[in-house]
Design a protein around this ligand. Structure first.
Ligand code: GLY
Length: 600
């Protein structure tokens, strides 16, 4: 029996209610993309605008698939699968490999969430999110007048929560791994000790943070091409990055498991680093850190079952709310990103993010009304002011009533093995390279996850998200997350493994990618390639990748009061796997960065 609650929507009642509250018929102004010989194209208008970021094709395999942010890490996962490891073995190996080859977000100094579905259909979720240190206080980032002391939750020693990634991987492997722990860790140890060749993006990333590396870590040489103040040489593609101290840290974890990080030499180095920079994480905090197996959040959408992350993530609740708001509408008939399709999705996003700010927080500290938030009767009350005639005003939305930018520097990976066990993991340091503090002697970045708390009610965090008492800082509490690692079943069988980084945009990118496949008939890779948009209640505007909306769609939405902002950068770094009708796997990795799928 599945260890989870499955929420069934009373869809017909919801649809009747929705029909009653529509004040104007939808229009479908704008271009429609259609599949023509396997390629989606706008049907009309503006042939210069393309709805896809690239024409990358998915990777097909029958025996296993790994999609992650870095080619070296995906290769590690594939090697473990080919050596007889299962999806959890491969996922653990990928998490540690990313900590070496993708230091901007891959980590042992951060945290994450795992959604796991085994081949028999049982589902599990593991919360290895960071925690506030024991000495943290609600107003620790405020001055005596109650004003926010800018930047303290973002960079430097005070920004870090107690890391959870190593404990999470130990727990996952202990419960589900097949290969020996030491074998699964070995590829990461090798990559750190022998080095790996930087991609162009790796090199640019390290060059970009050079000033922070030297000012936040005086006297340390980590991640610098040269420590000489007069040497201006920078990293370039193909340079070998060797991380000797990180290799030793990984060897301690390899030899001692949890104790190799939370006790002994690594813990000592981390606590010393905190003392040096006046941070709060103590040896006691490290010893007391434990990840938590939580009951997966599951809900039906048409013939699909969505298995996703419950709080401490806001992502799962939000995703289910979004899908339930959308479910009654004929998106497929209206077409991909036509005005009515987009309007329903934006209005759903507006209401969902307002709820997020009001109700979501660490369930070990606050009561999160999950059942109510995803209940169709509740969602109906949130939709009564929806109109196709004009945009709802975010100031009027607020959170519901119950009788409760951009950093892409989180990372997601998806793994499926030949037996059909599937892992969906999103893991993070929060901002790129976290707090930018590198633990002296241990060689890894610490997170700046404390910024994901609401450091003051109504004050936006680095993603522009605002929060409330539910997500206020308290000792040993987990900060709210948007990470949305998700697995979908179709007719009871594994169908899709999906997730992305992107801070507050994670939820909406996952939502769109799922709908692109199940409503708009795209392949997994097309769904990833497709251009995306995002609304998060406040600020009251919709950001979109250039080309996501055709000109007629833009005009139709603007005429109804929607504020649209074309991005110069991109949304999402999806790494997903789809099970195709013939049982083979399609690995899809995001062409927006170095993401790579490997399968066999
Ligand atoms: N640090 C990004 C998130 O957890 O949502």
């Amino acid at each position: 029996m599945k260890k989870s609650i499955i929420y069934h929507s009373t869809l017909i009642a919801f649809m009747v209610a929705l029909a009653a509250c529509k004040t104007q018929k939808p229009s479908t102004t704008g271009s429609k993309i259609e599949q023509s010989q396997g390629v989606y194209q706008y049907r009309d208008e503006d042939p210069t605008v393309q709805p896809f970021f690239s024409d990358r094709k998915g990777v097909i395999g029958r025996n296993g698939m790994v999609a992650s942010a870095h080619p070296e890490a995906s290769q590690v996962g594939l090697t473990i699968l080919k050596a007889g490891g299962n999806a959890v073995d491969a996922a653990v190996a990928v998490q540690f490999a990313l900590a070496v080859v993708y230091p901007g977000a891959g980590n042992i100094g951060g945290g994450g969430f795992m959604v796991y579905r085994d081949r028999a259909g049982s589902a599990y979720t593991l919360d290895y999110r960071e925690k506030a240190p024991g000495q943290a206080t609600q107003n620790m980032y405020l001055d005596s007048l109650g004003n926010v002391r800018q930047g303290l939750s973002i960079s430097g020693h005070l920004a870090s929560g107690v890391p959870g990634s190593v404990d999470g991987m130990v727990e996952a492997h202990k419960r589900f791994g097949k290969l020996a722990w030491a074998e699964v860790l070995q590829p990461a140890v090798d990559l750190a000790a022998k080095g790996f060749a930087l991609t162009e993006r790796d090199a640019l990333g390290l060059n970009r943070i050079k000033t922070d590396l030297t000012t936040i870590n005086p006297g340390k040489a980590y991640f610098l091409k040269s420590t000489s103040p007069t040497d201006t040489t920078t990293w370039k593609k193909g340079d070998l990055l060797v991380q000797a101290d990180l290799a030793k840290t990984l060897q301690r974890i390899q030899a001692q498991g949890r104790a190799g990080f939370y006790e002994g030499e690594t813990a000592r180095l981390l606590a010393e680093e905190m003392k040096r920079g006046k941070g709060l994480i103590s040896a006691e905090d490290l010893k007391n850190y434990h990840s938590v197996w939580r009951q997966p959040l599951q809900a039906n959408y048409k013939s699909y079952n969505v298995i996703t992350m419950p709080p401490t993530s806001s992502g799962g609740v939000a995703l289910i709310q979004l899908m339930r708001f959308t479910e009654p509408y004929p998106l497929r008939k209206w077409g991909w990103n036509r005005d009515s399709t987009v309007q329903v999705m934006i209005e759903a996003e507006r209401r969902v993010y307002a709820d997020r700010a009001k109700f979501l927080g660490d369930p070990d500290f606050v009561k999160v009304p999950v059942d109510t938030l995803i209940n169709p009767n509740y969602l109906r009350t949130r939709w009564t002011d929806f109109s196709f005639a004009k945009a709802t005003d975010s100031r009027a939305v607020k959170g519901g009533t119950i009788p409760g930018y951009e950093s892409l520097e989180t990372t997601h990976f998806s793994v499926v093995d030949k037996e059909g066990n599937a892992v969906s993991i999103t893991t993070t340091l929060n901002g790129g390279y976290g707090s930018r503090v590198v633990v002296g002697g241990a060689g890894f970045f610490l997170n700046n996850e404390m910024d994901d708390f609401s450091i003051k009610p109504g004050v936006p965090n680095m993603f522009g998200l605002i929060g409330n008492q539910a997500n206020a800082i308290a000792p040993n509490k987990r900060m709210l997350s948007s990470m949305t690692p998700t697995i979908l079943e179709k007719d009871g069988k594994l169908f899709m493994v999906v997730g992305t980084p992107g801070g507050s945009t994670i939820i909406t990118s996952v939502y769109q990618t799922i709908l692109n496949v199940i409503e708009h008939g795209m392949s997994m890779q097309e769904a990833v390639n497709a251009l995306k948009f995002h609304h998060q209640w406040l600020p009251d505007k919709t950001i979109f990748e250039n080309g996501a909306f055709s000109e007629p769609t833009i005009q139709a939405l603007q005429s109804r009061g929607y504020i649209l902002e074309k991005l110069t950068n991109t949304l999402g770094r999806m790494d997903c796997v789809l099970v195709r009708p013939d049982g083979s796997y399609e690995g899809a990795s995001d062409p927006r960065a170095d993401n790579t799928a490997r399968g066999y």
